[in-house]
Design a protein around this ligand. Structure first.
Ligand code: PMT
Length: 400
């Protein structure tokens, strides 16, 4: 009952994902929340007020100018009643009206009148979501402190594939729990995090790199932000969107990553090294494209060692709480424990990257986390779920 005594006002706007709102109400109530539903006019085309009244066990409000409703709980009282306003689904139209500060129906009016945090779970066609107008509205809302939860990407009711799916009810409930937790796990903690691969140039068009997609590191950035941390993400080249409210610094090579980390590490409390940093780089970077020479069947490239970023952080006299990763294909535990000691880490997440379906460039992963005198397995799960578990574990040790 993680939401016992919490009052959640669920706003439902018009979109096909509104069919999930009834399930969302039930799952919020499972956690002990008192839920009141406010619908826009178009939401009623997708789901009936009666259904939401039955599952919430509260009257559903939909009109600003309804004397009967105002005689019960008026709109200002309703705005003050809520500990959190969650709008799921949040349509493009509703977000545009909110961005413009309109009070044209009950739900938009409540959003202006409430002192409570507001979270939106966008849901719409992927092209509508990617449209510059929608993106500008989302940026405006985010800059006002409105929380944006999702959307997820995938196949859509209209047959398109892309971003715009509403997060699943259980995921939204988890966000509500975290948002309303008495004290977020990493409230006020300054996290510096590396993610993704590095690229080590051979010439202007070629480089040495690895298969890291950045998914694990970006999931950690998101989970840490949800847990209240101020997150700076030092990212190698990846094709991922920056998680909301996270500061991202892009780098290419290990040397650049090293330079950015060392210039910022003095201002962080917690450092997590999730990046797959190249241990070696070509000694010479050719200024022009290296040409194939007719009768040469072989080419020798001399590599030199890159700086070990996390070891440099671990060697600082005033070092932050430092968490590393160990990507290994054999003797995973032994190598991870060696890195824990040698690099002077507080914790290390051992990642067996020899296993199918986990590790590099996958959606799922499994880790075993080690620290001095202890260990915890985090079994196979999607990377965001795993990141949340890892952050909870780190927070317990960090706070000791
Ligand atoms: O990005 P994804 O596709 O989601 O994949 C996730 C992942 C497999 C990359 C991630 O889970 C992971 O295991 N990251 C660590 C990869 C790695 O380089 O491990 P390592 O065992 O080589 O390095 C050990 C630690 O030293 C790591 O914290 C690494 O960031 C750090 N390191 C390594 C070399 C170096 N020159 N500087 C470093 O800081």
């Amino acid at each position: 009952m993680r939401l016992a005594d919490k009052r959640i006002l669920l706003g439902v706007s018009g979109g096909i994902a509104a069919y999930k709102s009834a399930e969302l109400v039930r799952r919020l109530k499972d956690q002990g929340a008192d839920v009141r539903v406010v619908m826009t006019h178009s939401a009623k085309e997708f789901i009936t007020p009666l259904t939401l009244q039955a599952v919430s066990a509260n009257p559903v409000a939909d009109s600003l100018l309804d004397p009967a409703a105002e005689a019960g709980m008026g709109h200002i009282e309703l705005a003050k009643w809520a500990d959190l306003i969650l709008i799921a689904p949040a349509s493009a139209n509703l977000m545009a009206r909110m961005a413009a500060g309109m009070a044209d129906e009950l739900l938009t009016t409540l959003c202006l009148a409430t002192p409570a945090p507001i979270a939106l779970a966008p849901a719409m066609n992927q092209q509508m979501y990617l449209n510059a107008a929608t993106q500008a509205n989302l940026n405006t809302l985010a800059s006002r402190g409105i929380l944006l939860w999702g959307p997820a990407a995938g196949s859509q009711a209209c047959g398109d594939v892309g971003p715009g799916r509403m997060l699943e009810p259980l995921e939204l409930v988890e966000r509500c729990c975290q948002q309303l937790a008495a004290e977020p796990l990493l409230a006020g903690v300054r996290l510096l995090l590396t993610a993704g691969p590095t690229r080590e140039a051979l010439d202007p068009v070629r480089y040495i790199s690895n298969h890291s997609s950045g998914k694990m590191g970006y999931a950690i950035a998101r989970a840490a932000r949800e847990a209240g941390a101020e997150v700076t993400l030092v990212s190698g080249p990846v094709a991922l969107t920056t998680p909301a409210d996270v500061t991202r610094v892009d780098v290419e090579s290990a040397e650049q990553m090293h330079q950015v980390v060392m210039s910022r590490v003095g201002e962080c409390d917690l450092f997590i090294g999730c990046a797959a940093v190249a241990d070696y780089r070509p000694e010479q970077v050719a200024s022009q494209k290296i040409k194939k020479i007719g009768d040469n069947d072989q080419m020798v490239v001399k590599l030199v060692k890159n700086p070990d970023i996390i070891a440099a952080v671990g060697a600082l006299s005033a070092k932050p709480f430092t968490v590393g990763f160990a990507a290994e294909t054999v003797d995973v535990e032994q190598y991870a424990l060696d890195k824990l000691q040698r690099k002077r880490l507080d914790m290390i997440a051992a990642n067996d990257v020899s296993r199918e379906g986990q590790g590099f460039n996958t959606d799922d992963n499994a880790l075993t986390v080690f620290w001095q005198g202890g260990q915890a397995p985090l079994p196979l799960a999607d990377k965001l779920t795993l990141a949340r578990q890892l952050i909870a574990l780190i927070a317990r040790h960090y706070r000791r």
